[in-house]
Design a protein around this ligand. Sequence first.
Ligand code: EPZ
Length: 427
Amino acid sequence: MDRIVIDGGAPLRGEVQVSGSKNATLPIMTAALLADSPTTLHNVPELRDTHMMADILRALGARVDLAGGVMRVDPSAFNVAEAPYDMVRKMRASIYVLAPMLMRLGKAKVSQPGGCAICPRPIDLHLKGMKALAADVSLDHGYIVVENRAMKGAEVSLTGPNGSSVGATANTVMMAALTPGETIIRGAAHEPEIAELARFLRAMGADVEGEGSSTMRIRGVQALKGCEYSIIPDRIEAGTFFCAAAITEGDVVVRGVEVAHLEAVIDKLSEMGVYVAAEDGAVRVACDGPPRPVSIRTLPFPGFPTDLQAQFMALLSLADGCSTIIETIYQERFIHVPELQRMGAQIRLAGGQAIIEGVKKLAGAPVMASDLRASAALVVACLAAEGLTDVHRVYHIDRGYEAIETKLSGLGANIRRVSTTRKNGNG
Ligand code: EPZ
């Protein structure tokens, strides 16, 4: 398993290009199987997750080629209506294959995704969407088993205990696109990745409207056609680079940013006294001292994104005062706290919130990555820490960040990847 070694303290300077959005690419890849002809996607990030999803679609019979950010998905031989546990457990987003299986093959058998490092990750809203469209849904020995006997459009609310659900909205929209009749989704997720999926489905000939609002309206069509489409930039990668620039007291231009996707994040950085300015399709982030302490509450879009909570906690570890973070989407999403504490961060968890007492410096220490965004937070912290840090299990980072050490070293970070292959050659 690879590890990343960082010798912290260098202020990041220069320009960095954001890659395509992981969380837009994954549902769009599965949506391409709703069509009966090939799709070409541009600006596709080379990530563990996009390669894993490509392998899943290949296992279902589709042909998927990815090179140089261009992905071609040919669904013509798609004919497998089952996604086994060992496939689904690795990546929750694989539940998105339910929709094309159900709508193109008439049935689906997909393992329940199970939990992950950040929380139990329930699927009740996914099931609610399918049942509302009159799919026959049952749970059988850890599998979701669904049949499409006489699905028809309906009205359904997908609001859960923690607000809207990105995944359940995506699955229901994809199913509704080929379900006869009109479907109205109340409490739909507003995330840009859902809006992107809607635009992609329309490009394939779907009748979808209302994306970006709480109510989406979909009228089912007979068939969808493959298309050519370019993926939006990854707002979470962009926000991670904002934190890296600020924590190292650097001056970085992050290119390929959709400012409208990051308004809550940019507002919070400004509140922290960080210089943030939109400059012709890019955002410049500069900081010349410790940030001011703030309070953060994560919320569904357009609120502050849960996927940047850990990275901001790393940044606030060096603020000149006491900050608080309340995590409302995944209440247990504080797995990064112990590793940040090992680097000297003063963080206390009480009553479902994190209280971060800023310190003057963090110290490099061997740390263990645990999930994608927790790992990103450790890298952000290491960039400012004094001394060397080894971040182990970087495969977590590779799930959602394309060539992160190349991009960061391009900004002046002292960072390198060390491949530690075992004697028998396994990585
Ligand atoms: C998507 O996950 C993202 N993943 C997550 O990003 C992101 O954190 C999350 O949305 C919230 O923005 C992808 O897009 C691949 P949800 P998803 O369904 O769809 C509850 C990353 O780091 N819920 O919007 O699985 C759930 O427990 C990943 O890139 C139900 O109660 O998230 C949570 O509290 C991590 N029942 C809330 O809704 C359900 O059936 C939001 O979950 C489904 C979800």
